[in-house]
Design a protein around this ligand. Structure first.
Ligand code: 1Q0
Length: 215
């Protein structure tokens, strides 16, 4: 299953999957995008069960994409670009309202894509933070600036409560498992631009095809 491989999280592993996320012609390789999220979910799980309502949803979405990669249609799902093309050309996406394709790859990935913006903002805050900065505040600020726009009140409330129990910056850095704080900051400095580029390319693709508000 998605949640269960090796339990020891290392942020550099996540970094390396995002490094190989873009092909030479700047397409987003779906398999690597999914691997990046798997690593992040592993991290989230290691923070405790308060976060399981979040990781359950993320795992569910990743599983939808994994299934598309496995089925006989997998050749259409090599990149996000080919996925969107294939699903649009074959009317496999619900465009205005939920219909017969509630779990298209295109709408499913859009949810993760919005969350990736949160991640970018959060990691950048973490990178420039000082020793006494609060992870809960950085996380909430990043969330309110991005993903919160798409969530109903109850979800925002639950997320806000979960953020309050995030470990402090030193413990958080510890869980990232990359070494001393200077090293964490350096690795974040490498990660943020990578994540940002993957986000921008996906954002442009979805904008160009009018897909940013899929139900
Ligand atoms: C570290 C704290 C993590 C906080 C994550 C912030 C996101 C909060 C989102 C909570 C919403 C989850 C409940 C489900 C919402 C769905 O309704 C919504 C829309 O989907 P749908 O099908 O109903 O239209 N789903 C989403 O918006 C997708 C949310 C996916 C969130 C995935 C978050 C994975 C987090 C990974 C942790 C990364 C840790 C960062 C630090 C990395 C440094 C090592």
């Amino acid at each position: 299953s998605v949640a269960s491989d090796d339990p020891k999280f290392c942020f550099e592993e996540v970094l390396s999957t995002f490094k190989v996320c873009l092909s030479e012609d700047k397409a987003v390789i779906l398999e690597n995008y999914v691997s990046g999220w798997r690593g992040l979910i592993k991290f989230l799980n290691s923070l405790g069960s308060v976060f399981s309502f979040i990781s359950k949803d993320a795992i569910n979405k990743i599983q939808i994409l994994v299934n598309l990669l496995k089925e006989d249609t997998h050749s259409h799902y090599m990149t996000v670009q080919s996925m969107v093309r294939y699903e649009l050309d074959n009317s496999l996406v619900d465009i205005d309202k939920r219909g017969s394709h509630p779990e298209s790859g295109t709408r499913t990935l859009l949810r993760l894509h919005r969350a990736l913006r949160w991640l970018e903002l959060f990691l950048e805050r973490l990178r420039i933070s000082s020793e006494d900065s609060k992870t809960s505040v950085m996380c909430a600020d990043a969330y309110n600036e991005s993903l919160a726009h798409y969530h109903p009140w109850v979800v925002r409330k639950a997320a806000g409560l979960a953020f309050c129990v995030l470990p402090g910056r030193p413990a958080f850095f510890e869980v990232m498992n990359v070494g001393p704080p200077e090293k964490v900051v350096a690795v974040l400095g490498e990660a943020v631009p990578l994540i940002s580029e993957v986000y921008q390319i996906t954002e442009e693709l979805y904008a160009k095809n009018n897909l940013l508000n899929l139900p």
